[in-house]
Design a protein around this ligand. Sequence first.
Ligand SMILES: Cc1cc2nc3c(=O)[nH]c(=O)nc-3n(C[C@H](O)[C@H](O)[C@H](O)COP(=O)(O)OP(=O)(O)OC[C@H]3O[C@@H](n4cnc5c(N)ncnc54)[C@H](O)[C@@H]3O)c2cc1C
Length: 213
Amino acid sequence: MGVMMESHYDYIIVGAGSAGAVLANRLSESGEFKVLCLEAGTEGSDYFWSRVPIGMAKLIDRPAVNWCFSSEPDEGSGGRRIPVPRGKMLGGSSSINGMVFVRGQPQDYDHWAQLGNRGWSYSDVLPIFKDMESYDGGSDESRGRDGLLRVTDTPPEISPLHSRMIEAAEKIGIPYTTDYNGASQEGIGITQVTINKGRRQSTAYCHLDPSRS
Ligand SMILES: Cc1cc2nc3c(=O)[nH]c(=O)nc-3n(C[C@H](O)[C@H](O)[C@H](O)COP(=O)(O)OP(=O)(O)OC[C@H]3O[C@@H](n4cnc5c(N)ncnc54)[C@H](O)[C@@H]3O)c2cc1C
């Protein structure tokens, strides 16, 4: 397919999904290593329904870009098989997902560290969260400004219902937060998304495309 295959690589990454694409980008950054990234899916970041955020509905059960797994029937699901979508293209599930950007709770990371997992406290992971993203809102202490993954706010005027919901929440004591990925996650706020200028920010687009050379 026009790609020159070499016979030796320093690293071989199997799966070019959220994790694999970032890893391929980082490992090849210095130019020091030869990196081979293998992906089972055949489509790339220009796949129309993946590029356009609203196309998510078209990707949820599309075998061309989705493994379309299903769960085993069990008692808890009333004997039903539940669909388990997973991306099968460059960018993996980041190319078909809901694009909602939520960091974990700081307390959860700290709890993992307390259980003995060194390197997983919130102060350990925060620099990595900051490095990965580029977001205009929030504070410099909490948010990254020049990472490869572009994160934006959903425009608040998207529907009058949103402002009514926020007002209603505040009336019952749930505070409005301008950045739920900042120092505290508590409260109600507008969803942050991995969408920029109407385009999905998959790892295929943000991490693989710029590192192809
Ligand atoms: C429908 C949907 C909606 C979601 N919504 C959100 C959301 O709004 N916000 C959020 O944060 N998260 C969301 N997620 C979850 C998030 O997208 C995933 O957790 C994340 O992308 C998983 O990354 P990963 O690298 O572990 O796996 P993936 O990104 O799935 O990557 C695995 C890759 O490996 C490839 N592969 C598998 N086997 C082989 C093989 N043998 N050889 C070569 N390649 C192989 C696959 O094709 C795939 O490309 C959603 C997920 C789905 C499916």
